[in-house]
Design a protein around this ligand. Structure first.
Ligand code: SAH
Length: 374
């Protein structure tokens, strides 16, 4: 083992009689003790390593929470950003448990039954650590819950419908009960900052805009006009509220409820072009089998986005699929794929509040590329 935090069910030689969420000691094939692990005997990920010599489970949880929260307190000490990831599951040594903070609200996302039971068993420690960090209300949503249908379960206090947060001083409304992920895409914080820097004096197209975070960043950065395109209308309302909160008139911008591919076809036919195009779709490859199909979809999308790029324009393209490697992703942005000669300025991933372990490819999911035409 080189530190990968999971053992799949096929890889377990002997599973003791345990319930999902139980913690056991794991031995390697050579009989060497590998440390404690969280078990889900019936799950695909049967074992999630806690990778610790610590024998006492409660002490381990307290130590991991203290370490994770201390790091965020340092990262966000200035107070300019009040929405961030407090705990990133495997990357912070508490597998399958993600906790995002939105001002004084925390929302946990639990990846399956074993992490959910483990979390419930240690809820007291989580709530105590969250209170100490200034969090007032705590809720949980299951990772497998589909967007639009989820209710956040109150665990401590009452989780409000929505909450106003700051991101690099930009004010953003987050819809906690209808939102995706735990409410917002916190992993794109630095990408939004980059867009804010690039947008002055430009016409901006934001595809797959959700709650309009990139549009807001662009408008704040001085974009002359933004167009937000998403299949779902709900995000546009949240986006418009965020514009107002920052003294920007949402009616001076376009909010279009449409399929991005169809929109791009129409825009091309009308001869429309934008100076900056942002393209941040949902994952097109959910597993290894759909990888080839996913890559074809990224290629098609990037070609269509590049086709509406004004001369010398900038394209910001993202992928949130862990099944698409960085190299694969770049292959969907080269001149053969897009028909435009684009230079790559940077290829980034999630910010420092989303740590991963080095030997965990599944954790390296997000790619954000900023390119401009020569
Ligand atoms: N860029 C956003 C996150 C995008 S999440 C941000 O920074 O916050 C993906 C979004 O794509 C969702 O809002 C979903 O409604 C939308 N979506 C999914 N399929 C789509 C399609 N075919 N056309 C347009 N939007 C789509």
């Amino acid at each position: 083992m080189r530190g990968h935090p999971w053992v799949f069910r096929e890889g377990v030689a002997r599973m003791p009689e345990v319930e999902p969420g139980d913690v056991v000691s794991v031995e390697g094939a050579d009989g060497r003790a590998l440390g404690l692990a969280l078990c889900d005997p019936g799950g695909a990920i049967a074992v999630r390593m806690l990778s610790s010599p610590e024998a006492d489970e409660a002490a381990l949880v307290r130590a991991r929470l203290a370490s994770a929260f201390d790091l965020r307190a340092r990262l966000f000490a200035s107070g300019e950003t009040t929405a961030y990831r407090l705990l990133n599951g495997e990357g912070d040594g508490l597998p399958g448990i993600v906790v995002d903070r939105y001002a004084d609200v925390a929302v946990a996302r639990l990846d399956g039954e074993a992490p959910a039971r483990f979390f419930t068993r240690h809820l007291g420690a989580f709530v105590a650590a969250l209170h100490a960090a200034g969090v007032v209300s705590v809720g949980a949503r299951r990772a497998d819950a589909r967007a639009g249908e989820v209710k956040i379960e109150d665990l401590e206090g009452e989780v409000p419908r929505d909450v106003l947060v700051r991101e690099h001083r930009m004010k953003m409304w987050v819809d906690l009960h209808h939102g995706q992920k735990t409410g917002a895409f916190l992993d794109q914080r630095e990408s939004r900052r980059r867009v804010r820097e690039l947008a002055a004096g430009r016409r901006v197209l934001n595809l797959f805009s959700y709650a309009g975070g990139f549009s807001l960043a662009a408008a704040q950065g001085g974009a002359t006009h933004t167009t937000s395109v998403d299949l779902a209308a709900g995000g546009h309302k949240t986006g418009a509220r965020s514009f107002q909160e920052n003294g920007l008139d949402p009616r001076a911008h376009a909010w279009i409820t449409a399929d991005a591919f169809t929109f791009l076809e129409g825009a091309r036919a009308r001869g429309e072009a934008w100076d900056l195009v942002i393209c941040d779709p949902p994952s097109f490859a959910h597993n290894e089998r759909s990888r080839a199909r996913g890559l074809a979809a990224y290629r098609k999308l990037h070609a269509a986005a590049a086709a509406v790029l004004a001369r010398g324009g900038a394209l910001c393209a993202a992928s949130c699929s862990s099944h698409v490697t960085h190299d694969d992703f770049l292959s969907t942005l080269d001149v053969a794929a897009t028909g435009r000669a684009l230079r790559l300025h940077e290829l980034t991933g999630p910010p420092a509040d989303h740590p991963i372990t080095p030997a965990w490819p599944e954790g390296r999911y997000l790619k954000f590329a900023w390119l401009t035409e020569l």
